[in-house]
Design a protein around this ligand. Sequence first.
Ligand code: GTP
Ligand code: ZN
Length: 298
Amino acid sequence: MPKGQIRKALSGFYYVLDQDGERYIQCRGRGVFRNRKITPLVGDFVDYAADNDLEGTITHIHERKNELVRPPISNIDQAILVFSAKQPDFHPLLLDRFLTAIESFSIKPVICLTKMDLVNEEEQEKLQRYIEDYETIGYEVIPAFKGDPALAERLLPVLEGKTSVLAGQSGVGKSTLLNTILPSLDLKTDAISQALNRGKHTTRHVELMEVNNGLLADTPGFSSFDFETIEKEELSACFPEMAERSGDCKFRECLHLNEPKCAIKAAVEAGEIADYRYKHYLKFLEEIMNRKPRYSND
Ligand SMILES: Nc1nc2c(ncn2[C@@H]2O[C@H](COP(=O)(O)OP(=O)(O)OP(=O)(O)O)[C@@H](O)[C@H]2O)c(=O)[nH]1
Ligand SMILES: [Zn+2]
C-alpha cells in the first residue's frame, strides 16, 4: 500500500503527497473513518489505495504525534505564537495561557512579538525585561514589525525542517506577518496566491505549504484556550523552568502550593523563577481544580 502525507483538504477531498514527494493524489476518506469518528487531517501520514496516478482512497491513518482543532492539522512540531507589543498591548497572562496549552500538546512554542514600531522607549524597556525572562526560560523570542526587511531572514531558520503553525489573538498581526515573509519565500505560486488572497469568509481550506524544507500552515489558528485536557499534576511540566526543578521537591506529587521543601517555591523566593510566571501557574492550577469533573464512563 503506498504511503504519503495529506497536505491539503478541500471540499471533501484530501490531497496526499506521495512518498517520493513527486505528485499529489486526490483522495477520498473511507466511510469507515466516519464510523470510528476519525476524520483525516492535513498533516496525517496515511496509506492509500490508488485508483490511478491521480485519484485514490485513504485506507489507514498512521498514529498522530498531536492534533489541533483550529486549524485542523496533525503532527505539528512548533507554533509561532504571535503577540503584539501594542494594539492590543502585550499580555503576559495570555501568553502564558498559550504557552501552557501548547506545551501540553507537545508542540514547541516560539514567540513572535509584533508591532515593535509602535512602542516608545519606556515601553520598550519594559518589554525587554519580559523578552529576557522568556529567553532565560529557553523560549526563542523574535521581535517584528510590519515590512521589516530582515524579518524573513530571522524567521526562515526557525521554520527550517519543521511543521509550523501561526497562532495568536485577533488583530495581533498574523496575516501581516505571513504577508511579510511569504513573498520572499520560494513557494509554489498557487500556495502564495491562496494565502494572500484569502478573505475572511472564503471556503474552509487548510494547506501545509513547503517553506525552507519545512511546512507552514497557511491558516492561523487557536486564538484562545482552556485547559480541558491538562490534569493538575501535569501543569508544572508545561512551565519549563518548573519542570527542570520539580524533581528537587520533597514530594514527588508536589503541586508547589504549600507543601514543605518545595523547590519551586524556593526558586520563586530566590528570584530564579519570575513572580508573575508562578502567579499564572497558580491561577491555571485553580482553574483546573475548579473544572467540572468529566464523565468517567465517556
Ligand atoms: N504599526 C504596525 N501595525 C501592524 C503591524 N502588524 C500588523 N499591523 C496592523 O494591525 C492590524 C491587524 O493585523 P492583521 O495582520 O490583520 O492581524 P491578524 O492577527 O491576522 O488578525 P485576525 O485576522 O483578526 O486574526 C492591521 O491593521 C495591520 O496593518 C506592525 O508591525 N506595526
Ligand atoms: Zn514543589
